[in-house]
Design a protein around this ligand. Structure first.
Ligand SMILES: [Zn+2]
Length: 198
């Protein structure tokens, strides 16, 4: 497995990163390397019963502090614009079915919600502080860029309103298992994915 996700399931969150094409086949030997990196970096830990992973309290706290700093007004979108070298006033924000940022007719990014955007946006700098840059650099680009979205599946509280999030699993008729992490207060979907059972 790529790394053990919440509920010990492997989630595919490609819909958060629409510009990166199809997922690469995972190479043998890569298995566990992301999980190992996150556990050795004190980002994830095993729950006391040893079956599932969760965020360490310290990392979750650091992540939430950063989320709270960026929550107000258009701070987060301006920060993203600055990091991409884009004039924030030329960026269009659409927060309807999904949270979509567009610049000059091109989609910069698409997230489930503003909550998902906020969580993934600030996860990156927090991860950069917590993990060894050398070891992060060793990860394939795709795994590195997916990390914030994958980690969002472990959040316990809504990035926008702090309500406890609800994790649901749904099995379709064809046996596909989908998972979703939602806030029942503000209605935001924070993360979702499909699980391919082997
Ligand atoms: Zn909420």
């Amino acid at each position: 497995m790529y790394y053990v996700g919440r509920g010990s399931k492997e989630s595919n969150m490609d819909d958060q990163w629409p510009d990166e094409g199809e997922p690469d086949d995972e190479l043998p030997g890569e298995t566990g390397s992301v999980e190992e990196l996150l556990r050795s970096g004190d980002v994830l830990e095993l729950e006391p019963d040893g079956t599932d992973l969760r965020l360490t309290e310290r990392f979750e706290q650091a992540w939430h502090e950063r989320i709270e700093q960026m929550r107000g007004g258009d701070r987060a979108t301006r920060w993203l614009a600055a990091s991409r070298g884009i004039d924030p006033d030329e960026m269009t924000v659409s927060d309807d079915e999904a949270f979509v940022l567009t610049h000059d007719g091109e989609q910069i990014g698409r997230w489930h919600s503003r909550a998902a955007f906020l969580a993934t946006l600030v996860a990156e700098p927090v991860l950069n502080e917590w993990l060894s840059m050398d070891r992060l650099a060793e990860l394939p680009d795709r795994q590195r860029s997916e990390l914030p979205a994958r980690l969002s599946m472990f959040l316990e509280r809504c990035p926008i309103c702090d309500t406890a999030l609800t994790f649901t699993e749904d099995i379709a008729e064809d046996g596909t298992l989908s998972v979703s992490l939602d806030c029942h207060d503000c209605g935001a979907t924070v993360a979702s994915g499909f699980v391919e059972e082997s």
